[in-house]
Design a protein around this ligand. Structure first.
Ligand code: PEP
Ligand code: CO
Length: 451
């Protein structure tokens, strides 16, 4: 049965196959958590979700570009004003490079304030020679290396909600309260970045932006009252994996009567949970947020068209963002038939590349990593595929951190295999550090100038 407004409800997904759900050990405790969450205030508002949808519609038309980035998995432990601020700094820095280099507005979407649950490829993992149930994100269990820590705990949904609320509060304060002011463009360069060649390249660009601002002021433009120079919109997003959590935060918008999932502005369906008849597609078909869907190398044009019909039957521009993660060596072969099918069916889709998730591998010593060059190569392959099919390459979806970690190999000041263990801090997948991220932004800006 397909979803219609009359048969859908926030709980109608419960009749479907729901993959990668926590399997809480106690139904009563899980119910109690859900009920408490359902009484909490929404984290985001319907009007904000609509504003992001409109921004994504402009991206779909080739009038803007998306930078979506953040941790693979947010942590309950690594949570402070400083880590949030450092993430915002690199996001703002990359956006400045992309706006200036690509001369287009950048829609900034953080993987933040809700990215606490992971679909894992195997139910168990090897931890120092011991087989344990997999760590599945702090919304579900703990990464500590003993079996009790791995038991799902529904109270974690509430902890995730409270951390998301505090995070979002700070993000709103930073982005509206002066920190994101374009006059601060130099201040976003952290010291460990500023001393590197890419940091110095950024300093130069920041000085050019300052000069451009002074030029506009000299022309008589009132820069003080131009709000857009002093604040930015940073939207929140996460994979909508744990449907107990997402359902509990779903609210009916009083102005339109439509349902919105108020845990984040944009929610995406992961590669492992996008089955057309499964619970995640059922749930997200009924909420009006802008949605993303990850597409891995096995995705077929037919499947993707079905997802478009199901998730965006009214063909609302900005409603659906497709995020291709095919692998550096495969994207140019696998993506064009899908781009063509969607384009020919006249579905208004915003296309992003996730150059991270199909390019991971383990080193000889067993460390999960990614190469900067593979990440860049997948982005280049994505741009080439889009160019060939006359589709706008709408943006990039990255896993990064503002910190000086050594998780991905390569980049301008190359991280080498021997360095990986020195500051390998991620809870889940390896992230680009701030230098590698900035380096990538310069490369992407060059690609944006070409189409
Ligand atoms: C992720 O974005 O962290 C993720 C697990 O992605 P995917 O669904 O593409 O594997
Ligand atoms: Co990841």
């Amino acid at each position: 049965m397909t979803v219609t407004q009359s048969t859908w409800s926030p709980s109608s997904w419960r009749g479907r196959r729901a993959l990668h759900q926590p399997g809480w050990p106690s139904d009563e405790r899980a119910d109690a958590s859900r009920q408490r969450l359902a009484k909490m205030p929404p984290l985001v508002f319907a009007g904000e979700a609509r504003a992001l949808r409109d921004a994504l519609a402009r991206v779909g038309e080739g009038r803007a570009f998306v930078l979506q980035a953040g941790d693979c998995a947010e942590s309950f432990h690594d949570f402070s004003a400083i880590t949030i601020r450092e993430k915002l700094k690199i996001l703002l820095q990359m956006s400045a490079v992309l706006t200036y280099g690509g001369t287009l507005p950048i829609v900034k979407i953080a993987r933040i304030a809700g990215q606490f649950a992971k679909a894992r490829s195997a139910p168990t993992e090897d931890v120092g020679g011991v087989e344990l149930p997999s760590f599945r994100g702090h919304m579900i269990n703990s990464e500590a290396p003993h079996p009790e820590a791995r038991i799902p705990d529904p109270d974690r949904m509430e902890q995730a909600y409270h951390q998301a609320a505090a995070t979002l509060n700070l993000v709103r304060a930073f982005t509206k309260g002066g920190f994101a002011d374009l006059n601060q463009v130099h201040a976003w360069n952290q010291e460990f970045v500023a001393t590197s060649p890419v940091g110095q390249r950024y300093e130069q660009l920041a000085s050019e932006i300052e000069r451009a601002l002074r030029f506009m002021a000299a022309c008589g433009i009132d820069l003080v009252s131009e709000r857009r120079l002093h604040e930015v919109d940073v939207w929140t997003s996460h994979e909508g994996l744990v449907l107990d959590y997402e359902e509990a935060l779903t609210r009916r918008d009083s102005t339109t009567g439509d349902w919105y999932c108020c845990s984040g502005h944009l929610l995406w369906i992961g590669e492992r949970t996008r089955g057309i008849d499964d619970a995640h597609v059922e749930f997200f078909a009924g909420v009006h947020n802008p949605l993303g869907v990850k597409l891995g190398p096995a995705a077929t044009p037919e499947e993707v068209l079905e997802l478009c019909e199901r998730l965006n039957p009214a063909r609302v521009p900005g409603r659906l963002t497709l995020i291709a993660r095919m692998g550096a060596d495969r994207v140019f072969d696998l993506l064009p038939p899908i781009l063509r099918a969607v384009r020919d069916a006249e579905h208004p889709v915003t296309w992003l590349t996730d150059p991270m998730h199909a390019n991971a591998f383990k080193t000889a010593s067993g460390v999960k990593t990614r190469r900067f060059d593979d990440v860049l190569a997948e982005i280049e392959g994505f741009f080439a595929a889009c160019l060939r099919e006359r589709v706008w390459p709408g943006g990039v979806h990255l896993e990064f951190t503002g910190e000086d970690v050594t998780e991905c190999l390569g980049g301008g000041e190359a991280v080498l295999e021997d360095h990986l263990s020195s500051r390998y801090m991620t809870l889940c997948d390896p992230r680009l550090n701030a230098r590698q991220s900035l380096d990538l932004a310069f490369r992407v800006a060059e690609l944006m100038r070409r189409p």
